[in-house]
Write a protein that binds this ligand. Structure first.
Ligand code: ZN
Length: 241
């Protein structure tokens, strides 16, 4: 069994297509939320995602803001502008698809969450302290989360000590103990590496392979600017920030 894990696509169709073309074969897909927001292709990304095989899909804070389920009060100015643009661009069918998503899903072997188990919409699992809080309620061997846009691997050892690593480049992690894994962002990486990020989880082999791939960033930047979205959203894609 191979599971493709995607997160934080952020309406970046070019990155999503590049990921699906370069991903090794997979049987299932887990999408950890934020399909839309920031990027210029929300409808196209939803249409591709919903057709993926054996899909489990979460809502992220940007998806919930697009549907009006959460307020944009805690979004910065740029994010608010992109929420308004996304709301005016989404088709009724795609809006309905987003409305059917939740930010947390408990599967038998893994907790899937956009943010954290305590706060599935907003909290970032980003350091040892937030990981410690997140391990406490975890009663499955694995937790996969998104939201931070950083590929991160946390492991809780038998003495409760937590180790963690920002994964740089392509790397396969051995996942034999309690772990929390963030596959990074497909459409808006923030770890100073502009390459698109995704992971393949193999439960039988207890491995999670992180993949980084190039995509045509300038094509997306042009569509962001043509759509009238803030220029900073285009600029950050080439910085990976
Ligand atoms: Zn996001």
């Amino acid at each position: 069994m191979k599971i493709l894990i995607l997160s934080d696509i952020h309406a970046n169709l070019t990155a999503l297509q590049a990921v699906l073309e370069s991903a090794p074969s997979f049987d299932q897909v887990w999408c950890l939320g934020d399909i839309v927001g920031y990027g210029p292709d929300p409808n196209e990304c939803i249409q591709i995602i919903q057709k993926l095989p054996h899909l489990t899909c979460l809502a992220g804070n940007h998806d919930l803001a697009a549907t009006g389920e959460i307020s944009t009060l805690h979004f910065n100015y740029t994010a608010q502008k992109s929420v308004l643009w996304t709301q005016s661009t989404l088709t009724p069918e795609n809006m309905l698809f987003l409305k059917g998503l939740q930010p947390l899903q408990m599967l038998p072997q893994a907790a899937l969450v956009h943010g954290s188990l305590q706060d599935p919409v907003w909290e970032y699992i980003i350091d040892r302290f937030s990981a410690k809080m997140a391990f406490e309620p975890l009663n499955t061997p694995y937790c996969f989360c998104g939201h931070s846009h950083y590929p991160l691997f946390f492991q809780q050892e038998e003495n409760d000590h937590i180790t963690y690593q920002l994964i740089k480049g392509n790397q396969t992690c051995k996942a034999s103990e309690k772990i929390i894994f963030n596959p990074g962002s497909v459409g808006q990486p923030r770890d100073k590496n502009p390459q698109s990020s995704f992971a393949i989880f193999c439960p039988e082999e207890q491995t999670i392979a992180l993949h980084r791939i190039n995509y045509n960033i300038s094509a997306v930047q042009k569509r962001i600017i043509d759509a009238g979205l803030p220029v900073s959203l285009a600029e950050r894609l080439s910085l990976g920030a």
